[in-house]
Design a protein around this ligand. Structure first.
Ligand SMILES: [Zn+2]
Length: 241
């Protein structure tokens, strides 16, 4: 999987006709140290959160006809949003980010533990249980991921709509209530990525990419359904093979 990027030095005065794209391999550490054909060294750091990138991969996997992979990516996106929420609430409660990371090590390999942490933190914050989706979707996800089930297109769309609904409610709630912590976590993450840069002489750029779901303020619940997102994404995709 690669993303569309570009050398900012080459494209400084480019017109739409002369603008050159670079296709960069997607990285887990979010630090893209690139050298273009002209030999310019630059480093790109993406603004997007992991749950946003994973959701986009789910949409694109669906478009490409990989329905099992669509379910896997959508499920992973939701799990990473739970992790995101946990971090946000703990920052909100004044917990040091270093301590959050140390504690995360105890749950990082088991998504059920993470979901448990999410539920109880949500309960502590709100006095009610979070909105989650029905057990049949959990079963569906487990069948696809663990039992090699081949899902029907209709089932994947239904699952996508359910994941999107839960995520939208949570995202809107996060942006309304924890705007300060969203900015704080973004700042922490960006600094962490910068610490990983090896070539300190390269030009450094931050880049935001157009994807289906995003937390950047002002966040509004997209009116689009999962099916609409699929339709819209067919014209332009940021991830390519
Ligand atoms: Zn260049």
């Amino acid at each position: 999987m690669r993303i569309r990027g570009s050398c900012m030095i080459c494209n400084e005065n480019a017109s739409p006709e002369t603008y050159k794209e670079l296709f960069i391999e997607l990285r887990d550490d979010n630090v893209y140290e690139i050298v273009c054909d002209e030999g310019h060294c630059s480093t790109i750091i993406l603004h997007e959160n992991k749950f946003e990138l994973l959701f986009e991969m789910g949409v694109l996997a669906f478009i490409d006809g990989y329905y099992r992979e669509a379910v896997t990516n959508l499920a992973a996106s939701l799990e990473r949003l739970y992790e995101y929420y946990i971090n946000i609430v703990l920052l909100h409660r004044g917990i040091n980010y270093k301590d959050i990371m140390i504690t995360w090590k105890n749950v990082k390999n088991q998504s059920e533990r993470q979901f448990g942490a999410f539920c109880y933190l949500y309960l502590l914050e709100n006095g009610t249980s979070p909105q989650t989706f029905s057990n049949r979707f959990v079963e569906f996800r487990n069948n696809v991921i663990h039992k090699g089930y081949f899902p029907a297109i209709k089932e994947v769309i239904e699952y996508g709509e359910a994941v999107l609904k839960v995520m939208n409610v949570l995202l809107l709630y996060i942006i309304n209530r924890y705007r300060k912590e969203v900015a704080e976590l973004h700042f922490i993450n960006q600094n962490e990525y910068r610490d990983r840069i090896k070539n300190r002489n390269a030009q450094l750029y931050s880049m935001s990419i157009p994807i289906s779901i995003r937390l950047s303020a002002p966040y509004e619940i997209p009116e689009n359904s999962f099916e609409d997102m699929i339709r819209n994404r067919k014209d332009f995709r940021i991830f390519i093979k």
